[in-house]
Each structure stands twice: as structure tokens, then as C-alpha cells.
Design a protein around this ligand. Sequence first.
Ligand code: AVJ
Length: 380
Amino acid sequence: MNMSARQTPYLAMNNSTPGSLASDNWAMDYQSTRQASASDTTSGKQTSAIHFHDLHPTPADMRADVLDGLSSAQKRLSPKYFYDAQGSRLFDAICELPEYYPTRTEIAILRQHGAAMAARLGRDALLVELGSGSSLKIQVLLEALRPAVYMPVDISKDHLLQSAESLATRFPFLQVHAVCTDYSVPFELPVEDHVHPRAAFFPGSSIGNFEPADAQRFLTRVGELLGPGGRLLVGVDLIKDHRVLEAAYNDADEVTAAFNLNLLTRINRELDADFDLTGFRHTAWFNSDLSRIEMHLISTREQQARIAGRDFAFREGESIHTECSYKYDIDGFHRLARQAGFEPEQVWTDQPIDTGSNPRSNTAPDQPPLFSVHCLVWRG
Ligand code: AVJ
């Protein structure tokens, strides 16, 4: 594979020293070694090699974002700030909650239909994972998929290197090219490869964090990244009984509440703020007009907070909107995908879908599905 970098306006925009991209060695082989565990007596240490491409994502300006969001009539904070160390731990805990069905349901779908998904995507693909995190879900698919190249993309460099390395060790057939960048900002794949079919994996219903118009634009960008015939495997949470949806974001153990409130803890620490956490409570509800879960922090009394030297007033009952999580039905997501330039090829869910096309079928009404994984093909 020719590893030369293509210089693009997007990359230049995102890089403080665009000239450095022209050099040949910016994509470096990242060598790492770890000490053998006590039980590992055959070799002194184990070595795994991954390729690491640092696209130097522009660091978020949390101070400007927070001050701007809290200055608006409807106060808001971006969900991207949930994930500091504690927030990431709390999110992992959310994924284990009995009420939070998406993670375990999606993993079950991947396990059950991995072979069919692999048949769609084809062997020896160049497989890009957007927002790879700890790369947990992809592991379910790797044996069936057998991609030639696995390219995790994540904004958190440490997290990315750690999981890329452990994956390379666990799946020795994999060529791992880890890419550190913000996938929500345009970027290009840092490889010249026209041999392997291209595929992308975007699990977790992360697509639901985008406003639908932004989701459409994002999908188009992914399609352009893949090129004609490229396929996208994307996890999408489905519209369902409001009680099921709302329970998933208002769990009995209040882990989601702690996750939401941790945003204020983080702002206190990183922006020299003085939010009194006892003065805010978590709430989440399904906004059926807009088909989205909304998470808010509600001020329980009239109060003030000082953030980075500026004062903000909160009325009793006033909310800070912290997250939207859009839910789709299958047709609605297909429409979005088509508008973006993809053709829906297949969809898998946790339950067979009762289309009602055979009125004489006497089967008991199925439980409606909770979650969906779509295979889309880029029409280009
Ligand atoms: C990571 C955006 C998919 O919307 O369900 C979970 C985040 N927020 N509980 C979601 C989240 C509260 C999650 N996503």
C-alpha cells in the first residue's frame, strides 16, 4: 500500500502546519512493547506494530462553547463535553444498565447477523471505524469480516493507541492504521489504497446525536470518503414506546443523572466555575414531535453561577439542554440515507419486523424491534 499523504484543503484547514503533511514520514509506524505477564514464559516481551496517523485535530474551545451556550435564551451545553475520564466511566456504566437497551441489543444483532454483514461488505476490505472508542463492537465482527486493513478513527489519541494496539495483538491478521482526528470535521483517509473495497462502521446510534440535517451532511461525507460502491454499516436506535425510551435515559440507579451532572463538575474544574450541583437535577424525555430524547439539567431554584469570570443567572425551573438523541423508524432512516446519497441495501434488527403484508398470517404480533443495523451502499 502506498502510504503517501494527499494534501487536501480539508486537511490543510485542520492542521496548524499544513506543510508538514507533504513530508513522507508523518505517518509513522508506532512501535510499542509491553512487558510479558508473569504467566507468559515463552517470550520476554510481546511486540505489536500499528501505523499511526495523527491529523492533529483542532482542540475544542470548551470555554468559548460553554460561554456561548449558556448565553443563549435556551441554555445549552454540547454533549461532546460529557466524555472526560469520569464521564467516560459513567457512560460505560450506562451501557451495562438494565434500562439502557441499545448497547447490548446492537451487540446481539452484530453477533447474530455478523456473517450476513460480512457477506455484504466483502472480505479484505479497508474498514474504517468512526469514533472507535475502545473498539469493542468491531471485535464481534472481525473474525467474520476479515478486513485487510482496520482503520479506527478517534479524537482521543491515548484511547485510540491503546485499543488499536490491543486489537492488533488479538487479531494478528489485521493491518491497523489508527487515525487521530475529529470525525465530525471533514478529513481524508491518510492512505492511497485503490485495491481493497472500502467499508465504514458507525455503531452505537451515534448518528442520533446529530440534528437530522447534519446527519445527512455527515453521511454524505462518509460516502465521499468511501467512494462508489463503498458500504456503511450504521447502528440506529428505533422509535418505540415512550416509556421504554424514557427509562433508558432515566435509570433507577441514577447513573445517567450522574453522567449529565458530571458536565457541571467538569466545567467547575476546567473553567474555574462554581456550579452548586445540589441546585440542578437531571431529566430526560421523549420529544415525539421531533422524534428525539432530550436531556436537560433543571435549576431547582433561582441561582447564579460564575464561569470563567462571567456570571450567569438561572431561574427556578430553567433548563440547560445537554443532549439530543434522535430516534428513527426504518423508513425514516432510509429516507435520510437516500437523501445523503446512499442506497439502503439491508437492515437487521433484534426482532423480525412484522410488515403486515400478509394479513392472513396467524403469527402472534411480534415485539417491535428496539434497534437496527443498516448496510448502505454509496451510489456516488
Ligand atoms: C452515545 C449518543 C448514542 O444517545 O444513547 C446515553 C449517549 N446519553 N445516555 C445515546 C447517552 C445518555 C448515547 N449516544
